[in-house]
Design a binder for this molecule. Structure first.
Ligand SMILES: Cc1cc2nc3c(=O)[nH]c(=O)nc-3n(C[C@H](O)[C@H](O)[C@H](O)COP(=O)(O)OP(=O)(O)OC[C@H]3O[C@@H](n4cnc5c(N)ncnc54)[C@H](O)[C@@H]3O)c2cc1C
Ligand code: SF4
Length: 341
């Protein structure tokens, strides 16, 4: 492969600390007030907020091409390195915001990849291999992969609940009201922009849903309702498979779960949070921490044969019994009523 490696993921895990500046998001600012009035008059209920005078997404082929050109010229040069970063002031960072145009077939995946690769070839000094590899992998790797999973595994896939999770979603998913700053930011952004990037969807919202053991049907329905790019073939394998591990590992080889430490490593969220990211027990302990250990403890039989989970299960086994009991008790309170937190 070009550069001698198949994957540059290790170069693509930088925390964003305010520089380089993020170019303003391209907006098409279309007035959709009449359409919104028609939908409202038809009695269709919805949630979230919309500025109907300035719908920002590309809605025709020319706009989709303009969005692609803007990404290639202004955002691609930092896409890879910050693709996993989370930042309280930056909803979009260097992400392309092309998923809506792609899923509506205003533009094709091959077109997007070819344009990005051409930009990389024209500007090798500005766009490193790690940036373009990270971007191509999202489309050629992830998007095509989840498409294959959907067509191979449906319709049974939509019924899977291998981890046997049953809690409903808490109200905060419709209001954004919670003292957990990471969740508050990711949820309010989703409700306002119908957009969150993949780490917000996976490692903040999805992580919380899985750790607190929500029913995958409820999680699927929420993701399908909230995001501008949500079309079932691409939403469902991401949500039920990658994020909720409800397929028992068909799509991903281990569950994407983490304690607060991963969120702290990749974001500036924890610094301003009401909770202490390093604490596992006590009233001000980060809820992700107790939920994480309780999740592993509850599901350890399921993960026993998984080599990628072996280290985590060993750490779990080494926890003193009284500490584990305290962790379980606090996690139980959070699971029963997340909106109190
Ligand atoms: C729980 C969960 C639910 C998701 N639901 C959807 C969904 O309903 N629709 C959707 O298009 N994407 C979904 N994704 C994938 C990803 O989050 C979005 O494609 C991405 O955030 C869209 O923003 P962007 O165009 O700025 O992406 P960028 O970060 O700029 O990535 C470029 C493109 O790569 C593709 N891509 C990246 N990751 C994935 C992926 N995991 N699966 C498929 N395509 C990917 C998208 O087409 C995207 O436009 C989901 C991810 C998770 C973890
Ligand atoms: S401390 Fe915990 S709840 Fe607060 S932002 Fe960090 S990870 Fe989220």
């Amino acid at each position: 492969p070009l550069g001698g490696r198949w994957n540059f993921d290790h170069d693509n895990r930088k925390k964003y600390k305010g520089t380089p500046p993020v170019p303003p998001a391209l907006s098409f600012a279309r007035d959709v007030s009449a359409l919104l009035a028609e939908i409202t008059a038809a009695g269709v209920s919805g949630f979230g907020q919309i500025d109907a005078t300035a719908f920002p997404w590309p809605a025709n082929r020319d706009e989709a091409l303009a969005q692609l050109a803007y990404f290639c010229q202004h955002l691609l040069s930092h896409f890879g390195e910050y693709q996993d970063a989370l930042h309280s002031e930056q909803a979009f960072l260097f992400h392309s915001r092309l998923s809506f145009a792609l899923n509506l077939k205003l533009i094709s995946p091959a077109e997007v990849i070819n344009a990005a690769v051409a930009q990389f070839q024209q500007q090798p000094a500005q766009i490193s291999l790690a940036q373009i590899e990270g971007f191509v992998r999202q489309i050629l790797g992830w998007r095509e992969y989840v498409r294959g999973v959907y067509w191979k595994a449906m319709p049974e896939y939509s019924q899977l609940n291998q981890l046997d999770n049953h809690h409903p979603l808490p109200q905060m998913f419709w209001t954004g009201h919670t003292r957990m700053r990471c969740l508050h930011l990711a949820l309010t952004q989703s409700l306002r922009h119908a957009y969150a990037h993949h780490i917000q969807r996976l490692m903040v919202i999805g992580n919380f849903a899985l750790l607190s053991q929500r029913h995958p049907d409820a999680v699927d329905a929420w993701y399908l309702g909230v995001y501008i790019d949500a079309i079932e073939w691409v939403e469902l394998p991401n949500t039920r498979g990658m994020s909720q591990y409800a397929d028992g590992g068909l799509l991903a080889s281990k569950p994407y779960v983490s304690s607060g430490s991963y969120i702290n490593k990749m974001s500036n969220y924890c610094a301003g949070c009401a909770y202490q990211v390093k604490a596992r027990t006590g009233d001000d302990a980060c809820p992700f921490n107790s939920l994480y250990w309780r999740f592993l403890d509850d599901k350890k039989a399921h993960f026993a044969g998984n080599p990628r989970m072996a280290m985590m299960l060993k750490l779990l086994a080494d926890l003193p019994a009284d500490e584990l009991a305290a962790i379980r008790a606090r996690a139980g309170e959070i699971m029963a009523d997340p909106d109190r937190f």
